[in-house]
Structure formats: structure tokens, C-alpha cells
Design a protein around this ligand. Sequence first.
Ligand SMILES: Nc1ncnc2c1ncn2[C@@H]1O[C@H](COP(=O)(O)OP(=O)(O)OP(=O)(O)O)[C@@H](O)[C@H]1O
Ligand SMILES: [Mg+2]
Length: 221
Amino acid sequence: MAVLELKNVTYTYKSATTPAVKNASCEFEAGKLYAVVGPSGSGKSTLLSMMAGLDLATEGEIIFGGESLAKLDLDCYRRESIAMIFQAFQLFPLLTILENVCYPMELCGVSPVDAKPRAEKLLESVGITKEQMKRFPSKLSGGEQQRVAIARSLAAGAKTILADEPTGNLDVANTENVMEILKKLAHDEGYLVIVVTHDLEVAQMADVKFEMRDGVMTEKI
Ligand SMILES: Nc1ncnc2c1ncn2[C@@H]1O[C@H](COP(=O)(O)OP(=O)(O)OP(=O)(O)O)[C@@H](O)[C@H]1O
Ligand SMILES: [Mg+2]
């Protein structure tokens, strides 16, 4: 069964005359890495923000685990079901790497004593060392910061990862590294991973590719 499903989803910004996303329909399954590729302004981030429950579709329906997002508590959905990753890693600058990953768990009520070992495990799984965990984000490379952001996004236990240009600030080697981590999470641990990108090479690494053009989404064979 699909984890996330779009049924004739359209989104029109209040100030706009034409929709940013037009009648999109597709299904996303667990265990797969998906890419939505398209040029700037084609509607990728708009689509992602609806799937993340940040904006409700103007028309049509988004279904998560069999339930329409329009009927779910969206704060709870965002907190517990969705892991988001952005181009600008958005780590908290005044928290150490370890604290950055503990923070979302503590927000969900996990005690600091339990949060710490889980955060260490998540960080180790993305190749961050114990020594790096004590540093502040500005003392890590871009690739390392993005790996921390991935670990942090997973901390609350969500199994659906939505990534908006996650490799946009990275060089080729780090891009491949981050995509490999996302692919492993999908294939080995059963996450649903959806990456939006303008980079065709990034899209090539996905199991399933969709193309976005002027708000219209089509599957690329
Ligand atoms: N808040 C807004 N109000 C009105 N129009 C918007 C708003 N945000 C985005 N748009 C418009 O919606 C369209 C799709 O934007 P969106 O940000 O989804 O594109 P994108 O594919 O993510 O582009 P990029 O690759 O540059 O991030 C664009 O024409 C954009 O100008
Ligand atoms: Mg965008």
C-alpha cells in the first residue's frame, strides 16, 4: 500500500492567477527513493510543502497512511510522521551537533538520558564521529552538516523523509554521499524518501523519477 498518495492535487497561491501545482496524482511507497526533478519555479517546493502538511491543497487530496491530510492534526503529522531536510541545513548554531539531534526527541517527551544514546547512534549511522558531535555546526563541513541534518530529521522517529534540494549546497562527492545515505535508509530500513531537485544527476540516483514542468507532474520512464 502507498504511504503517501496524491489525488488530483492543485495548489494556487492566494496572490497568483495560475496554479503552482496542477492536478498532480501519484503514489509513493515505503522502501523507495523518489526524485521530483524540474527547473526553478516549476512547483517542486510547493508540492513538498503540501506533502509536509505545511499547506493544504487548494483542490484534490493528499492521503497519508490511508487518511486524508485535511482530516489529520497537521502539527502532530509534521512532528511525528515527517522528517524534513532542506538545502540550507538549518542546524541550531548555538547547540552542539549532539544537542541538535537530541532536541527534537526532547520536544517529543524523550528524557535527555534516553535521547543521548539514540542521538549518538543516529549520528554514527551517518558517519559523524564522537569528537565531531561535541562541535558546533559552524565547525563542520557542509557535507557533514547535511548528514547531521539527516540524523536530526530522523530523531523523532518519522519514516517518511521529504528533502528539498538536500544536495544544493554540496560538491559532487558530498552529493553522492548524502544520496547514498538516503538510498540506504530507503532500501535497508524501509523509509519512504522523496527528494526534490533541479539536478538531473541527483534524480538519476532515485528508484522512481517524476518530472515537474510549469506545475505539471509526470513520471519519467
Ligand atoms: N508564497 C508565494 N506566493 C505566490 N507565488 C509563489 C509563492 N511561493 C512560490 N510561488 C510561485 O509558485 C511557483 C512555484 O514555486 P516553487 O517554489 O514551488 O518552485 P520550485 O520548483 O521549488 O523552484 P526552485 O527550484 O527555484 O526552488 C513559482 O512560480 C513561484 O513564483
Ligand atoms: Mg524550491
